[in-house]
Design a protein around this ligand. Structure first.
Ligand SMILES: Cc1cc2nc3c(=O)[nH]c(=O)nc-3n(C[C@H](O)[C@H](O)[C@H](O)COP(=O)(O)OP(=O)(O)OC[C@H]3O[C@@H](n4cnc5c(N)ncnc54)[C@H](O)[C@@H]3O)c2cc1C
Ligand code: SF4
Length: 551
C-alpha cells in the first residue's frame, strides 16, 4: 500500500455513507470546493469520487511534469476533502473515467451520482458511451466558467459554416454584461483594450522577481517516482518538479503573481528572452485549467488591485482580457464546432488524420493544405535555429512556455513550413501542462496556424525574422543573420515567410489584413524570388533531415 492509499483509507465510505451522502464525481480537471456541487451541502453530507485512469494517461505521451501536476493535485484534493469531513472513493483504474465510474456505480453500489458538465469533449464522449451502457449521472452546469453558451450565441448566433468569430466582440459584450472594469456603460480608461500599448521588448528595464518554488512533499514525491517508473517513455523531463500541488500552494502562487508580476504584465506581454522563461506572465494556466484557481476570483483580485493603484490599467485590462475574453471564447468555439469537426464540409482536411474508429482522434482541418510531418526539432533535436531550440528546451524542461513563444516561434515556424496542424496540435497537447482539448485545439488549429480557414483569427499569425529580432534577444545569440533573407547564414524565417505568402496566395492574397506584405511580395524581382525559394526549401529539408522519436 502506498503512503497516499494509507492516508486516504480512513475516508473510504461505510455502507451508511454510500446511502446517506450526496455523491459527486470530480472530473480530473475540476479540483475545487469553492464553487459547484461541493458548496451545496456540508462536508459531512458529501461523498466524492475520483478516478485515476491509466487509460487516459497513456492516451498520449503527456509530459511527465503534466502527469505529476495533475495526479498530485488530484491526490491532495482527495486528502483535503477528507480532512474537511467528506467521504472519498479514490479509484485506480486501467479503464476510461466513465467506464470506471460505471463499474463503481454497479459495484458499491452508488445509485445517485452528480457531476459538473465536463470541460473536455473527451470526457463528455466517454460519459455518453458509458451512459448508453447504463451509467446514471446527474450532470449540472460547470460554474467555474464565466459565461454561458447563450452569452456566446447572443453575440454570434448559432454556428454557421463560413462565419468568422472575432474575440473582441465577445469580450466587449462580457465586459458590459459583467460590469468588470466598467464605469457605468463606459470602459474604464475610455477604451476596452489597451493591447496596442503592450508591445515592448524586455531589456531588463525592471527586474523579474523569482517565482516561488513548492518543494515536493511525501505525497508528491510518491507521484514523481510513480510517473518516472510508469511513464518513463513520455515526453519531457521530470527532474526538478516544484509545482503547486495543494490548494494553499495554488493560492500562494497566485498571490505572488498578482503582487509581483501583474504590475508589469502589459508592457512586456509580447517580449521573449532566452534567459527568462516566464517574464511577467502569471504561469497560472495549469492551475486554472485544473480548477484550483477560479477566474472569477482572479479577475476580482486584479480589478481591486487596479482600483487601488497597484496594477496599471493597461496591465490589468490585458490580463483580464485573457481570462474573460480569450479563455471563454476558445471554449465556446470548441463546443460550437464540436472540436472543429463541423468544419469538415467546408474547410480542406488532412485526409489521413481522422480514423473514424477512434473516438478520441482529433479533427484535422488544414485550410492552407499543410501536411508535412512535424520535425524532430520539436522533440529536442538541435536545429541551429536559436529561437526554436530555446523554446523547445524550455518546454522539455518545464512543460510550459509563454504565449508569444507558442505563437510566434513554435507555431509560426510550423505554419511557414507547412507542417501538419494536427500533428502540431497533438504535440502541444502532450507537451504542455495546461493543454486540454477545448483550449489546445482552438489555439493551435484556430489562432496559431489558420488551419480553420479564418474562423478564429482574421489572418495567420506569421512573421519573418524582423518581429522575432525586435521582440526577443534570440537573434543576437543565433548562428543565422536576421537581417539577411537569402544565401548562406541568412535567417530561414524570412525566406520561409515570403514563400509562405507566395504559396498561399490563392487563399490569402485577397485578405485585407495582408495587403501590405502582398504588395511588397509582388514587387520582388524574379531573381530574389528564386533565391528565397531556394533558402526556404533548404531550411525545410534541414529540419526534416533528423529522425524523430516514436511513442
Ligand atoms: C499555439 C498555442 C497553444 C496554446 N495552448 C494552450 C493550452 O493548451 N492551454 C492553455 O491554457 N492555453 C493555451 N494557449 C493560450 C496561452 O498561450 C496560455 O494560456 C498562456 O500562455 C498560459 O500562460 P500564463 O498562465 O502565464 O498566461 P497569462 O499570460 O498570465 O494569461 C492569463 C491567463 O489567461 C488565459 N489565456 C490567455 N490566453 C489564452 C488563450 N489564447 N486561450 C485560452 N486561455 C488563455 C490562461 O488561462 C492564462 O493563464 C495556447 C496559445 C497558443 C498560441
Ligand atoms: S536569426 Fe532567425 S533562426 Fe535565429 S533566432 Fe533569430 S529568428 Fe530565430
Amino acid at each position: 500500500m502506498t503512503l497516499f492509499e494509507r492516508r486516504i483509507a480512513p475516508a473510504h465510505p461505510t455502507p451508511q455513507d454510500l446511502k446517506d451522502r450526496r455523491w459527486i464525481f470530480i472530473p480530473y480537471d475540476r479540483f475545487t470546493d469553492r464553487t459547484g456541487p461541493l458548496t451545496e451541502q456540508a462536508a459531512e453530507k458529501t461523498g466524492i469520487i475520483l478516478v485515476e485512469s491509466t487509460a487516459k494517461a497513456h492516451r498520449r505521451p503527456y509530459h511527465k511534469k503534466k502527469l505529476v501536476l495533475l495526479i498530485s493535485n488530484m491526490r491532495h484534493f482527495a486528502l483535503e476533502q477528507a480532512a474537511h469531513g467528506c467521504s472519498v472513493v479514490y479509484h485506480f483504474s486501467p479503464h476510461s473515467h466513465a467506464t470506471a465510474l460505471l463499474q463503481l456505480q454497479r459495484g458499491l453500489p452508488l445509485l445517485n451520482i452528480t457531476t459538473t458538465r465536463p470541460a473536455e469533449r473527451e470526457l463528455r464522449i466517454d460519459i455518453a458511451a458509458a451512459t448508453k451502457l447504463g451509467l446514471q449521472l446527474k450532470i449540472v452546469p460547470d460554474t467555474t466558467w464565466l459565461s454561458t453558451t447563450e452569452d456566446f450565441t447572443t453575440v454570434f448566433g448559432p454556428y454557421k459554416p463560413g462565419r468568422s468569430y472575432v474575440m473582441d466582440r465577445f469580450y466587449r459584450a462580457q465586459r458590459q454584461k459583467s460590469g468588470i472594469l466598467m464605469d457605468g456603460q463606459k470602459p474604464r480608461g475610455g477604451q476596452f483594450s489597451f493591447d496596442a500599448e503592450n508591445r515592448r521588448p524586455y531589456k531588463v528595464q525592471v527586474p523579474i522577481p523569482a517565482p516561488p518554488s513548492f518543494p515536493p512533499d511525501a505525497i508528491t514525491q510518491e507521484v514523481i517516482e510513480y510517473v518516472a517508473r510508469e511513464y518513463d517513455h513520455h515526453f519531457g523531463e521530470i527532474e526538478g518538479f516544484d509545482g503547486p500541488c495543494t490548494q494553499s500552494d495554488a493560492d500562494a502562487a497566485w498571490s505572488f503573481a498578482l503582487n509581483n508580476l501583474l504590475p508589469h504584465f502589459g508592457p512586456y506581454e509580447d517580449a521573449m528572452r532566452d534567459d527568462e522563461l516566464q517574464l511577467f506572465h502569471s504561469r497560472m494556466s495549469g492551475l486554472i485549467n485544473l480548477g484550483r484557481l477560479l477566474p472569477a476570483r482572479m479577475i476580482a483580485d486584479v480589478e481591486r488591485a487596479c482600483t487601488d493603484g497597484l496594477i496599471p490599467l493597461a496591465s490589468a485590462e490585458g490580463f483580464i482580457r485573457q481570462l474573460l475574453g480569450w479563455r471563454e471564447f476558445m471554449r465556446h468555439l470548441h463546443e460550437q464546432t464540436d472540436g472543429y469537426r463541423l468544419l469538415a464540409n467546408h474547410v480542406p482536411q488532412e485526409k489521413t488524420k481522422l480514423p473514424e474508429s477512434d473516438p478520441y482522434a482529433g479533427a484535422a482541418p488544414s485550410a492552407l493544405n499543410a501536411s508535412l510531418p512535424l520535425p524532430a526539432a520539436y522533440w529536442g533535436v538541435t536545429s541551429g535555429l536559436h529561437c526554436l531550440d530555446t523554446v523547445v528546451a524550455q518546454v522539455i524542461r518545464e512543460g510550459w512556455s509563454h504565449h508569444i513563444t507558442r505563437l510566434m516561434v513554435l507555431s509560426n515556424l510550423a505554419t511557414l513550413c507547412g507542417f501538419s496542424p494536427r500533428e502540431l496540435t497533438d504535440w502541444f497537447w502532450f507537451a504542455y501542462v495546461d493543454a486540454y482539448d477545448w483550449v489546445v485545439e482552438t489555439n493551435v488549429l484556430g489562432m496559431a496556424t489558420y488551419a480553420d480557414g479564418g474562423l478564429t483569427a482574421t489572418k495567420p499569425y506569421v512573421s519573418g525574422a524582423a518581429y522575432i529580432n525586435k521582440m526577443s534577444n534570440y537573434c543576437g545569440h543565433c548562428q543565422y543573420d536576421p537581417k539577411r533573407s537569402t544565401g548562406e547564414g541568412s535567417c530561414p524565417f524570412t525566406a520561409l515567410y515570403w514563400t509562405f505568402l507566395e504559396r498561399n496566395e490563392p487563399v490569402l492574397g485577397s485578405n485585407f489584413r495582408l495587403q501590405m506584405p502582398y504588395t511588397t511580395l509582388r514587387k520582388k524581382s524574379a531573381t530574389e524570388l528564386v533565391q528565397l525559394r531556394a533558402r526556404a526549401e533548404e531550411a525545410i529539408a534541414h529540419l526534416q533531415s533528423f529522425k524523430r522519436p516514436e511513442y
